[in-house]
Design a protein around this ligand. Structure first.
Ligand code: IPE
Ligand code: IPE
Ligand code: MG
Length: 241
């Protein structure tokens, strides 16, 4: 049990999920294009994931592109797609030296064939790694995740493999993109905004929340340790007393 009076990182939560916000503002504040902020954000994610792996964290999700982010100017969306393409290669290079497994959630069917191939390749190359699992949420929306899960269950029902009364919470969880991963214990949002923005709606039922004013490119391992210390002082009751 953690010491609630002092807070301690002795207890590392199993799964920490990031709403990596503030990349655009980070760029603008430095009088740079917003895309420079996105690049700095991905660079920071690489570093933070390696540091979190050394800390002993098991799962880390990073919300990198939402189902609503397609509404941004075409130039920013295509710049982000290029960045994802480039960093798939970078993460493969990094995997030669680290023990991080990379997985994806979200509806990647909307991406072009080349990006989809790189995503599959990155997941495949790192699938046997035994350290941190870094889950990248790309074209992810909590509502979209729930709707796609419902569709899968409906298809099973239509084929006579399942009757509606048999649907359980566990079965529903098992139909979501996150089926293979535990629910997040702690959700961290950077850049001062205090909302979920359609992130892990089902999975966040009993998550703790931590908000930082720092823009994501400036959020370091020391900030993560501070968030974990705060987490360890919380009293999670899960509806009990
Ligand atoms: C988060 O940073 C990354 C994406 C949504 C792709 P933003 O791009 O939302 O940065 P701000 O919030 O505009 O500063
Ligand atoms: C949430 O950030 C999505 C990601 C971090 C990928 P947004 O910047 O898109 O969210 P809003 O628009 O401020 O709610
Ligand atoms: Mg934002």
């Amino acid at each position: 049990m953690p010491d609630k009076s002092t807070g301690t990182t002795e207890t590392i939560p199993t799964h920490i999920a990031f709403i990596m916000d503030g990349n655009g503002r980070w760029g603008t504040r430095k009088r740079l294009p917003r895309l420079a902020g996105h690049r700095a954000g991905v660079q920071n994610l690489r570093r933070l994931a390696e540091d979190a792996d050394k800390l002993g964290l098991r799962f880390m999700t990073a919300y990198a592109f939402s189902t609503e982010n397609w509404t941004r100017p075409e130039e920013e969306v295509s710049g982000l797609m290029e960045l994802f393409r480039e960093y798939c290669g970078q993460f493969i290079n990094d995997s030669r030296k680290n023990n991080i497994r990379i997985a994806f959630i979200g509806d990647t069917a909307r991406f072009d064939a080349d990006l989809r191939r790189r995503i599959d390749q990155l997941a495949d190359v790192t699938k046997a790694k035994t350290g941190l699992t870094l889950i990248l949420a790309l074209n992810y929306g909590g509502r979209d995740d729930i709707v796609r899960a419902a569709r899968r269950l409906c298809e099973d029902a239509a084929k006579g493999r399942l009757s509606p009364g048999e649907v359980t919470e566990a079965m529903f969880s098992g139909s979501l993109d996150t089926a293979r991963f535990p629910d997040p214990d702690l959700i961290i949002r950077t850049a001062g905004e205090m909302r979920l923005s359609n992130f892990l709606l089902w999975q966040s039922a009993y998550a703790e929340f931590y908000f930082s004013d720092k823009y994501f490119p400036d959020f370091r391992i020391a900030d993560l340790i501070e968030a974990i210390d705060r987490f360890n002082r919380r009293d999670r009751r899960f509806g009990g007393i």
